[in-house]
Design a protein around this ligand. Structure first.
Ligand code: HEM
Ligand code: HEM
Ligand code: FE2
Length: 454
């Protein structure tokens, strides 16, 4: 690690781990409720649990992105972080706003707009916090001695993500108009600007892990960014099919969103090619696994399972069903959750000086969580297809259908248990690393570790 200030990333990664565990606990509450065991209903009703589950997800992923930026930007800019005390202030205020938001959901302080449930007063605090974060990152880069495509793609992703939060803060009293702009946040985040963040972090990891020339990797990055914008912006139309907007969205949304998997395919080919070209044998196998799995599983979850329900003829039946949950789980897992786990796996040895590169717990974490999540996705798919058939084709009512599909949630719980075991192994490694120390490792030493091991 080049700069001591990069260690601030640890705080954000630790927060991610805590929130991930909480998210999983709420996932189990939801899974059991779907099975018919909704014992906590009086305390935590289904809508409270699902909102908490999704918002915890968004907050831990954002915390991971922030940690990643604090680790990567000083390294790419060749400069200490602009201000560590300010970054600490930003961390604590972010954590406090996140905790207050989640606690508020349990006492009815929210807005019922999926994914944007945080109430407006808290939205303003989020906005302030993100501005502080961006100022620190931008000043670090601008005052830096170097500048790279990788760091600018990452920074642009973060800046656009902040700007795109704003359309969700405007008040509309017409629900169709409100829904129209809600998608500017939700869709243009995950299928637009977050892909820039993903491209930036993946490029950084690939440069470090494979040793392929920066120029080659950054050329690919342009291709990925181009594909994302060409398909993703008008791809928003796949949320406008039947929501009260004009008919032309059926055509525009159908065509452009069907192109979106290309961006994810580009990401996969990019990572796999760079790995094959790589001339360095990096000792950090766990970081390599997570980097490659991010590129591959995001294509499966976002690309293929997105394509599965993106055409208007299909979405007419599947909209808002468990088919959406099937895609939502594998897409978020593959693209963004795995990405955060990849940068954590890469940076922790450097921040703490501990060479946990390829141990049993780390391997079990990787395989159990990935196999568990693929199995969960399959359970959601089976439940979703049955739900669509019974409810939307055979015409049973919502609750009759919900009871019919309960057995699929038994399978979901089994798969989720395997997934959770994987996450617990990951966290046990995280704890084994301990806190960042002054005996942190330099990158050259990482390779020395390999040479002596080989
Ligand atoms: C062990 C863990 C988990 C279980 C048992 C679980 C279960 C569930 C259930 C039952 C729902 C509600 C589906 C519905 O009726 O609408 C849900 C929603 C959701 N979960 Fe999970 N989940 C788990 C972990 C995760 C993880 C790790 C992620 C992200 C990587 C995730 C992402 C989501 C998303 C995005 C939704 C909203 C889906 C939609 O839009 O329809 N979950 N989860
Ligand atoms: C990493 C990228 C992606 C993530 C994290 C993601 C996640 C999600 C989530 C959470 C939802 C539910 C949103 C809500 O109801 O508020 C959703 C909906 C949807 N996604 Fe994705 N997605 C991604 C990429 C894609 C791609 C590339 C496609 C198309 C090829 C796609 C197609 C769709 C469609 C059609 C819906 C609407 C489902 C419905 O009508 O209920 N997604 N996605
Ligand atoms: Fe979308």
């Amino acid at each position: 690690m080049k700069f001591k200030s990069q260690k601030i990333a640890y705080h954000f990664f630790a927060l991610s781990m805590i929130l991930l565990i909480l998210q999983i606990i709420y996932g189990f509450i939801l899974g059991f409720a779907h099975m018919g065991y909704d014992g906590l209903h009086e305390l935590i009703a289904f809508n409270t649990a699902v909102t908490t589950h999704k918002n915890l997800l968004v907050v831990w992923i954002l915390s991971g992105f922030m940690g990643a930026a604090y680790f990567i930007i000083p390294d790419e800019a060749d400069n200490e972080l602009f201000s560590v005390p300010l970054a600490k202030l930003q961390f604590w205020s972010f954590a406090i706003v996140g905790v207050v938001a989640v606690a508020g959901f349990h006492v009815g302080w929210w807005e019922g707009r999926k994914f944007l449930e945080i109430p407006r007063p808290l939205d303003w605090l989020v906005a302030l916090n993100v501005i502080l974060f961006l100022v620190i990152i931008l000043l670090t880069q601008i005052k830096g001695r170097k500048s790279s495509t990788t760091s600018w793609v990452l920074i642009m992703g973060l800046v656009f993500a902040a700007l795109l939060y704003l359309p969700g803060m405007i008040y509309f009293d017409n629900i169709s108009v409100d829904s129209f702009f809600r998608w500017w946040v939700v869709h243009l985040w995950v299928e637009g600007v977050w892909e820039l963040i993903m491209g930036g972090i993946l490029a950084y990891l690939l440069i470090k892990i494979t040793g392929v020339d920066r120029e080659v990797i950054e050329k690919w990055l342009y291709v990925v960014v181009g594909l994302t914008f060409i398909s993703g912006i008008l791809g928003t139309g796949h949320h406008y099919y039947y929501t009260g907007g004009p008919n032309y969205w059926l055509m525009i949304g159908g065509i452009f969103s069907a192109l979106e998997p290309l961006a994810f395919l580009g990401m996969t080919v990019f990572a796999v090619q760079m790995y094959r070209k790589g001339n360095k044998k990096h000792p950090n196998k766990l970081a390599l696994y997570w980097t490659l799995s991010t590129a591959i599983v995001s294509f499966l979850g976002a690309g293929l399972l997105g394509l599965a329900h993106t055409l208007p003829q299909v979405n007419l039946y599947t909209h808002g069903t468990l088919v959406t949950a099937m895609h939502g789980h594998l897409a978020f897992w593959g693209a963004y959750a795995s990405l955060v786990l990849a940068i954590i796996s890469y940076s922790m040895p450097l921040m703490t000086g501990r060479k946990i590169f390829d141990n049993r717990n780390g391997n079990l974490a990787f395989w159990c969580s990935n196999i568990g999540m693929i199995a969960m996705t399959t359970a959601f798919a089976a439940a979703g297809v049955a739900q669509v058939y019974l409810e939307r084709i055979a015409g049973y009512d919502f609750m009759t259908t919900a009871i019919e599909i309960q057995p699929h949630f038994f399978v979901l719980i089994l798969a989720a248990t395997l997934f959770t075991i994987g996450i617990l192994f990951f966290i046990s490694n995280f704890l084994k690393f301990g806190r960042p120390t002054d005996e942190e490792m330099r990158e050259e030493e990482e390779f020395e570790a390999l040479n002596t091991a080989a």
